[in-house]
Design a protein. Structure first.
Length: 403
């Protein structure tokens, strides 16, 4: 069978599910916010009706089993706010995995804290708890557990280590809205949790973020940092801590509340389709599934990740594989590059420390360069036929390397 990249007929010509998904409910909510004339986000009411921001913060905290929430401009800022609320200061070290979006590191570096990279597990692509303790130094103040693709890091083990060493735990759950670990919503397991509402995320307002916690004092600190140093019950011009204006608008909160009404059905569909893909891809010897820890009682499936089998990956070029599959109409992508090798992170770390610092993360480096592949969440929102097209395309391309 001739590859599409060589002039053959592609396996799939139909589009996958659109994203974002919206209808008149989003229009209604946004128009209500617009017509109120109260577009900002601090304590205003309009026509006796509560603004959308406090409504959304309450509903999101409830979704994730948290007592408190503070919305903010994006997920990157949410990480910085959470770390500062937890007492991390310039020069302190924060343990993070290298396989994550750059924001996990830049959120640390934004105020002079230093990221320390701990390699990932081969089978889950999540931070390896067994390697965390050897990275702890007297300067370590926090661990960021990143829930990649909607899968949850081993929060049981991470919390044990953190409590043993008196470290704060921040959950970077940007890709894990709705996910649960042993029946509890992520973000509310550690000291603070952070989420993103950027346009690709499962809950989407174009941009936006939130910090959640079960600790009222941490919430108060985070609220103050996001609200130019005011305190929750203080006067308008009473600034008690160093803060910034990190607030979202009521229009964004309106969008998010409308989008939340779709989340449950979408999570059910993603889970169903991920299981179908697991079955299809699991039958292909040249591919390997990412292991799901059984303690993940709900997976967010923001991204569907799988791997090229190691021996097969060693004899082909990952980029060429992606090009051939893309030509068949399937939007697989490369995935993250290791942050411990990312110039922006290395140069900022050197700037703060005054010297270069390097970390070896061989598992992450190999998996990223040779094996890991992604499918976006819109694929998991498509019809079942689309999933069979994915598997057929992968099989077709794999066979082409044997010719």
């Amino acid at each position: 069978m001739t590859l599409a990249i060589a002039g053959g007929k592609p396996v799939r010509t139909k589009p996958f599910a659109q994203w974002p998904i919206f209808d008149d409910l989003e229009r209604e909510y946004v128009l209500r916010a617009l017509d109120s004339g109260k577009w900002g986000g601090v304590g205003s009411t309009f026509g006796g009706e509560e603004p959308f921001i406090p409504q959304f913060e309450r509903e999101f905290a409830k979704l994730q089993d948290a007592n408190h929430a503070v919305s903010c401009v994006n997920g990157t800022v949410a990480i910085t706010v959470a770390l500062q609320a937890a007492g991390v200061k310039s020069g302190d070290e924060v343990i993070i995995p290298p396989y994550t979006f750059v924001a996990t590191a830049t959120g640390v570096l934004a105020f002079g804290a230093i990221p320390v990279f701990v390699d990932i597990e081969e089978d889950t692509l999540l931070i390896d708890p067994d390697k965390i303790e050897q990275a702890i130094t007297p300067k370590t103040k926090a661990i960021i557990a990143v829930h990649i693709a909607g899968a949850v890091a081993d929060m049981t083990r991470i919390m044990e280590i953190a409590r043993k060493h008196n470290l704060a735990v921040i959950e970077d759950a940007a890709q894990a809205v709705g996910a649960q670990w042993e029946g509890k919503g992520v973000g509310a397991i550690g000291d603070l949790g952070t989420f993103s509402f950027q346009s690709s995320k499962n809950l989407n307002a174009g941009e936006g973020g939130i910090v959640i916690t079960n600790d009222s004092s941490l919430w108060s600190q985070a609220w103050s940092i996001c609200n130019v140093g005011r305190i929750p019950e203080g006067a308008w011009y009473q600034h008690e801590v160093l803060g910034q204006n990190y607030r979202i608008t009521d229009i964004q909160a309106a969008l998010l509340l409308a989008q939340m009404t779709r989340l449950e059905q979408q999570m059910i569909q993603r889970e169903k389709n991920a299981q179908i893909l697991d079955g299809l891809i699991g039958e292909i010897p040249e591919l390997t599934l990412v292991r799901r820890d059984p303690r993940i009682t709900r997976h967010a499936h923001h991204i569907y990740m799988f791997k090229l089998e190691r021996e097969f990956a060693e004899r082909i070029d990952k980029n060429e594989f992606i090009l051939r599959v893309n030509a068949e109409g399937i939007p697989i992508s490369y995935g993250y590059v290791p942050l411990n090798q990312t110039n922006a992170v290395l140069s900022a770390t050197k700037q703060w420390l005054g010297e270069e610092r390097s970390f070896e993360c061989p598992i992450c480096e190999r998996l990223s360069a040779k094996q890991v592949l992604w499918l976006g969440q819109n694929v998991l929102l498509s019809e079942e036929e689309a999933l069979h097209d994915v598997a057929e395309s992968l099989n077709k391309v794999i066979r082409s390397f044997d010719v």
